[in-house]
Write a protein that binds this ligand. Sequence first.
Ligand code: PMP
Length: 554
Amino acid sequence: MNRNIPDPESEIRALLRANIRNIVPYSTARDDCQARMDIYLDANENPFDSGVNRYPSPHQPQLKRMLSAIRKVPASNIFLGNGSDEPIDLVFRLFCPPGNSSMIQAVPTYGMYSVAAAINDVDVIDAPLSADFSLDADDLLSRVRSDTRLIFLCSPNNPSGNLLDRDAIVRILDTFSGITVIDEAYIDFAGSSSFTELLDRYPRLIVLQTLSKAWGMAGLRIGMAIAHSYIVDIMSRVKYPYNISILNQEKAAEVLSDPLAAADRVEELVGERKRMTEALAVLPEVEKVYPSDANFLLVRFRDKDKAFAELIKAGIIVRDRSSAYNCSGCLRITIGTPEENDKLLEVLGGAVVGHGSPVSPGNRTASVFRKTGETQVCVRMDLDMFRPPRIATGLHFLDHMLEQIGYHARIALDVICFGDLETDDHHSVEDVAIALGDCLYSALGDKAGIGRYGFSLPMDEAEATVLIDLGGRIDFQWNVDFRGGYVGDVSVQMFPHFFKSLSEHLKCNLHIKACGQNDHHVIEGVFKAFARALKQAVARIPDSHDVPSSKGWL
Ligand code: PMP
């Protein structure tokens, strides 16, 4: 082992304020005793049940479990705060000795970084973004001082709306030896991957996200810091013990249980963003609409005071950002509902051009919601349309395999599962397969005009054959040898179980044969071949309106 390279925990520890390093957190009797009790006389609560007479969980395990599946990061890497404003304040309290440290922010940017810095008596160094709001990593890095503890980057950036260049951010992560915070409050509107993917490579990186924007829960005040588990642990020691109320935890869990509804609303807002960008750009009063990856537009007006006053008169409030660096004459306009956006266009004298009509679904669509004591699964599909799959089961390898089904069968497929992964992968894999089978069966409807059969393919050294008959007979054959016990986070025993459960619920013949040297290739070949077989079998044959059967019915 190279003794000059510290392990990530020692590296982070060295950056902490000395008084925080060994902080002893406030502890509760329930922390000390994990077993479930019948009578709670430990916390001086009122014993009469009102739904809120008990303190909330300080660790929010249910929310973290759900967010872990949705965000595809381990729960131990998630800190939950009272809005992301709480972790913004905490990073100063953890890493910046008051009166003796500085932070750098790329301006113009979100105002809370400098407010939190001022409260914590930390110097603020502004590194200007260029005229088009792009990030110059070398210029920013040239401003680092010996007392600089933090760099704040906001991507997509508020108020400019643009994603910062990924390579420029990576250059900062590679070079700066302090803590880099990337605020991804608006990442869900950007269609770009999160920097959480790079946490293993950069333990001094903290990614902030929030439930306030895409998730529509600004009123609940829940934000996240996604970071190395040691940073999460220290943040948890420093925060107020009960920082998220029972009602907020419960309501957030309810909204998170339907992530597909939130994704649909994001899609609609992104469509509206495009429409508004085009409609505003042609107004004579508008000088420039900056390209946005967020849920707002930064718009430069010839006379922003006139535009602002007209909007106020019509009862519409937008944000004047003209005093921010490089934003003279600019208003920041949040994307509203289509009706709200029309009203704003009307007031500004614009033409109300047609709302982005959502892609109309085909008639072979279905959705299945399955809830048991162990899992909660939602599957949605459209056999006649393709869009990138939206998959989150908490099992990374299963997610990867289900994505293969969406991509290679060329169907729209969404699968969300919140399961008891603390037990093992069994219930999640089985219940996803059951819900997927039920959903396919339901989407196929009367099966009129389908190809019915269908595939064999090589996957590097491995090869896989999947034969399917959607005619209605149920039979399952599995002839696949694995060499190890797990592929990724899924046990290999679960793969035959997955396809057997699926074939029973899809009511089909499914014969699967595969061999190869590498288990990952073998099972990926099986999922891809299954997807191709499915694609052929569900495809409608032109001019064929019956079910292809010599019996005339199935
Ligand atoms: N980061 C950015 C970039 C923001 O624009 C905002 C809110 N406007 C926040 C963080 C704060 O979000 P929260 O509601 O989670 O405190």
